[in-house]
Design a protein around this ligand. Structure first.
Ligand code: FES
Length: 194
């Protein structure tokens, strides 16, 4: 009788030990699975962003203001930015069509075909320039998607574009290089004086 009781106690201790080990095993398995799942999700959605940052400095010989002649238009097509230099300073244009967002292209003549076809073109509100039959050629941008056209200073004058292209912030960095931030839209009268 006493021997039976002793065996019963030992069996119940054995069961308790087994249960404990089983619980530890399951907890370990669950934690390991959770870690594996987390790592998988992290791998699918990495933290890195591959978007081009909005602020940048032109590189190479375009880094410094002295590289730009007065009256020049420089297209940085990979950045979708244009740098214009006039008598009164620099300004940067965001090269994004205000109709549906295509990338307009620069042409030394965006007006003469319209003028010669008899299309009335309004005067550039910023520069006061007017394309006429006597003087039909003005530089600017044409959008390849639906044909909008812009004067060199980004004012729209033809096609479905509802407004001028944006001008964006530009400054001279401490290292003497030009610095452009496409995330900051500035007034059309903005000029960087160097
Ligand atoms: S996106 Fe430029 S004209 Fe439509």
């Amino acid at each position: 009788m006493a021997a039976d009781f002793k065996r019963l106690v030992e069996d119940s201790r054995e069961m308790t030990r087994r249960s404990f080990l089983a619980i530890v095993g399951w907890v370990g398995f669950t934690v390991a699975s959770a870690i594996a799942l987390f790592q998988s999700v992290k791998f699918i959605q990495p933290n890195a962003t591959y978007e081009d940052p909005p602020a940048f400095k032109p590189v190479g010989e375009l880094a410094f203001p002295t590289s730009y002649a007065v009256g020049s238009t420089t297209v940085l097509i990979d950045k979708r930015v244009v740098i214009n230099r006039d008598q009164d300073g620099f300004y940067a244009i965001s090269l994004i069509c205000t109709h549906l967002g295509c990338t307009p292209r620069y042409f030394p003549d965006v007006t003469s075909d319209l003028v010669l076809a008899g299309t009335q073109i309004s005067r550039d509100p910023d520069t006061g320039q007017l394309a006429t039959k006597a003087n039909p050629t003005l530089p600017g941008f044409k959008c390849p998607c639906h044909g909008s056209r812009y004067f060199r200073d980004a004012d729209n004058f033809f096609g479905p574009a509802p407004r001028p292209m944006d001008r964006v912030h530009m400054e001279l960095a401490k290292d003497g290089r030009l610095f452009i931030d496409r995330s900051i839209v500035v007034d059309h009268k903005f000029r960087l004086k160097v």
